[in-house]
Design a binder for this molecule. Structure first.
Ligand code: UN1
Length: 513
């Protein structure tokens, strides 16, 4: 294949020697088992990293714990300055890192660039926030007393991230954690280990230039067994985990058992409600990008369209028509809309879901299938499918991380659509397409969508970093990124200060000696 400048990009990211496993960004550590990273784009081996052993993990924790003690001494705005420099480095490496994300994960180059842009944006957000980690003063019920609330760094933050956003989700967590005075240990997905090494190389350079300890940012490599070292480790007060509901259930309960905090960002089963007044010009790109963008592998991907019966045929025709225009192929080629799935296992899950939908009575509107032949040699390229289905089908209730879109009808009032939209166990993202103010507001009200994200006249994916990101129910309840999500990376302390000469007790209690 044309290499789309990949070799140059790898070099720019310090990954030229990655095949011998030396460019780990943490040269002092020795590693065990080898993890090979193959690109789903062309099946080529990109590089190898060594999985962390228990011994390596202990060394990482020692370095991180020690780094925390000095990092928390640095005033927050100065920590913000470090994050500002990190954001600038990302600006320099945007094309190279965007390309690696596209090549190792399989999303389009445009989406790879978009992901790096999210990293840059969260850095800018965090820099401003570094002067706004404000507590409150609270009136005391006692004379000569004052109460206040302070936010202190929490310690070592463990980050477990998924393959689908191999760099941005780490940055959402680290940029905030760092300005809060925490240090981070990151276990990236074993499917995208080189993206993690590339990020580690970038931040390691910034830390070095600022004479800061390398333990402020650490990576550990490997599968869930490596993640388990963190979830069981009482030295890690907060574990932030992004991935499947199955994984989150294990992480959440393990961390809770030792009274740690967890921030869970798990599966979605996101729907768009399409009402009679919806504008097709908005509906079609919103729904199609939502369903096929990142090859249906975002947790915010659109899985279900709930369409009013009066416009059902019209909407169906428009969406099916748009699917005929989708170009599937090498995601580094900017003419293509959709790249491959992450691996063959994922292809099998996709195929099995289509079969299951058919078995349950679903009608195929756009046929799926695996692509073969020139350009598709990796075996990971699939056709986005559309299936007419019912909300109660077991397969519809389940999140399949692939481009399968289910269409269903609602009749009568909006409440019927909302009932279907909320009638799944997940609660991440949702949207309504309407030009009726009353419908939009109803959907956003307490009686409307039960998701963490509820949009009007845009799709379910592509949230901006400025808002809190996350969802309810089996999505896990955590919030990352913007708004006041920073608070989870800090511990709250309530202070009562007595500046009088007396000691009156609260609640009017008399205790005379
Ligand atoms: C994810 O899929 O885990 O809202 C994150 C979006 C992106 C983030 C998705 N900004 O689609």
């Amino acid at each position: 294949m044309t290499d789309f400048g990949m070799d140059k990009a790898l070099k720019h990211l310090g990954l030229q020697d990655i095949n011998n496993g030396t460019s780990t960004g943490q040269e002092n550590f020795s590693y065990g088992e080898i993890i090979a990273s193959y690109s789903p784009v062309d099946g080529r081996l990109i590089g190898k990293v060594k999985a962390s052993t228990k011994e390596d993990y202990e060394k990482v924790m020692e370095t991180a714990t020690k780094a925390f003690l000095s990092f928390r001494d640095i005033p927050a705005p100065q920590r913000g300055e470090v994050v500002r420099q990190f954001g600038n480095k990302l600006r320099e490496k945007k094309e190279a890192l965007g390309k690696l994300v596209s090549y190792e994960m399989g999303k389009s180059y445009q989406e790879g660039l978009g992901e790096v842009q999210e990293m840059i944006d969260i850095c800018d957000f965090a820099v401003g926030l570094s002067r706004q980690l404000n507590g409150q003063t609270i009136p005391s019920e006692r004379p000569g007393h004052v109460m206040r609330e302070q936010w202190h760094p929490i310690g070592v933050v463990g980050i477990i991230s998924a393959f689908n956003f191999p760099v941005a989700v780490w940055a959402w967590n680290t940029a905030l954690a760092w300005i809060c005075g925490d240090v981070c240990v990151w276990k990236a997905s074993e499917k995208t280990p080189l993206c993690a090494v590339a990020c580690q190389n970038i931040i390691a350079e910034v830390l070095k230039q600022n004479n800061l300890p390398e333990g402020i940012s650490c990576i550990i490599n490997g599968d869930y067994k490596v993640g388990e070292m963190m979830t069981n480790d009482a030295r890690i007060p907060l574990v932030s985990a992004t991935g499947s509901t199955r994984m989150g259930r294990i992480v959440g309960t393990t961390v809770a058992k030792r009274f740690g905090k967890s921030l869970l960002e798990l599966g979605g089963n996101n729907a768009i409600i399409i009402t009679p007044s919806a504008d097709l010009k908005v509906v079609v790109p919103g729904a199609v990008f939502g369903a096929v963008g990142t090859c249906g592998q975002r947790c915010t991907s659109t899985r279900r369209l709930i369409i009013h019966e009066s416009v059902y045929d019209k909407v169906k025709e428009a969406i099916v028509g748009a699917y005929q225009q989708i170009k599937i192929g090498n995601p580094l080629n900017e003419n293509n809309h959709v790249g491959p799935l992450i691996d063959k296992e994922s292809v099998n899950t996709y195929l099995a879901a289509i079969e299951k939908a058919k078995d349950e009575g679903g009608a195929i509107l756009v046929e799926g299938g695996v692509l073969e032949g020139e350009g598709y040699e990796s075996g990971c390229y699939v056709k986005p499918a559309i299936i007419e289905a019912e909300n109660h089908f077991e397969i519809v209730q389940h999140e399949t991380f692939a481009p399968i879109l289910y269409l269903m009808k609602y009749t009568g009032e909006l409440e019927n659509a909302i009932e279907k939209q909320n009638g799944v166990v997940q609660g991440l993202s949702s949207s309504i397409m309407t030009n009726e103010l009353k419908e939009a507001e109803k959907f956003l009200s307490y009686a409307g969508s039960d998701c963490g994200i509820a949009n009007v006249n845009i799709g379910t994916s592509g949230a901006e970093i400025g808002g809190a990101f996350g969802g309810e129910k089996e999505t896990g309840g955590g919030r990352e990124s913007g708004s006041d999500a920073w608070k989870v990376y800090m511990r709250r302390q309530t202070n009562t200060i007595n500046y009088s000469d007396e000691l009156p007790l609260a609640q009017g209690i008399k205790f005379d000696l």
